[in-house]
Design a protein around this ligand. Structure first.
Ligand code: 5BU
Length: 278
């Protein structure tokens, strides 16, 4: 089990460049914190990224919520990614037939595959969602996360659906680097023949993390970094409003945002150190 291995050691268990980049970035920056920047104005979006950049391994985007999107946003995001050394993850949640998701990933206004190291997909269409996205993403060195579970109350992604997502991922390990999930997935039964090289390492990214809140008014459910990393063996905490609140425009207090990011980074990293026993 990779549960007690360091992030850096685990990079050797991956052939996908985006997986290796993420694990090495976590190790280099000593941060398993990802910030989800769900803000609708480009100026707020870029400001928060610049402020939290030093504390994160990854920035998660919903690029389609920006009201004033122009292709220049992507150039600025790339510059910030280089400046602060973080990975970019567009949380697009693809869920259509292979041909359509390949077009949605490569084309349109956002051209996600051209800038996002990692994206994700619902397993609901079956394996063709993976092969469709891989036809665009693999040649570019991109990686995919499957949505094996969700943080929301009443989620249907449970039980055999979750287990089947893991089996789908195992059949496409060159492109599927891990899961969006609420716990590690090693418990899903496997036969030795399905692991030809005897090694399986999936990276688990987990949303629904807050130190103060237990949920919101729209079905979100939160757990603490310690619960997520130490008790449930996840690898990356994804935090949105816990770090920037509702603050936008004048209400955006960058000093406060930086303090919160630092606090979550410390909580997440200490939980990991406890987990690996150091
Ligand atoms: P929050 O502000 O920390 O609640 O934001 C959580 C983010 O993670 C938000 O962008 C969601 O779209 C995303 N998310 C989630 O909250 N829960 C899930 O199960 C998945 C994504 Br998948």
């Amino acid at each position: 089990s990779s549960h007690r291995k360091s992030y850096g050691q685990r990079a050797a268990d991956h052939s996908n460049p985006a997986a290796q980049l993420l694990l090495h970035t976590i190790e280099r920056k000593k941060s398993n914190l990802a910030v989800s920047v769900d803000l609708t104005k480009t100026s707020d979006f870029l400001k928060v990224i610049d402020v939290v950049g030093p504390y994160v391994c990854l920035i998660k985007t919903h690029i389609d919520i920006l009201e004033d999107f122009t292709p220049d946003v992507i150039e600025r995001l790339k510059l910030l990614s280089a400046k602060h050394d973080f990975v970019v993850f567009e949380d697009r949640k693809f869920a259509d037939i292979g041909n359509t998701v390949a077009l949605q990933y490569s084309s349109g206004v956002h051209k996600i595959a051209s800038w996002s190291h990692i994206t994700n997909a619902h397993p609901v269409p079956g394996p063709s969602v993976i092969t469709g996205l891989a036809s665009v993403g693999l040649p570019l060195g991109r990686g995919l996360l499957l949505l094996a579970q969700m943080s929301t109350e009443g989620s249907l992604a449970t039980g055999s659906y979750t287990d089947d997502a893991v089996r789908m991922a195992r059949a496409h390990r060159e492109f599927v680097i891990g899961f969006i999930a609420q716990r590690r997935m090693d418990h899903v039964g496997t036969s030795p023949s399905s692991l030809p090289d005897g090694v399986e390492d999936f990276i688990i990214l987990t949303p629904g993390v807050s130190l103060e809140m237990s949920g919101d008014s729209m079905g979100q459910q939160y757990r603490t970094p310690e619960k997520v990393i130490l008790e449930n063996g996840c690898d990356v905490i994804i935090v949105g409003r816990g770090i920037y609140g509702k603050g936008t425009g004048d209400a955006l207090d960058v000093g406060c945002v930086a303090l919160q990011a630092e606090k979550y980074r410390t909580e997440g990293w200490n939980a990991y150190l406890k987990r690996i026993g150091s």
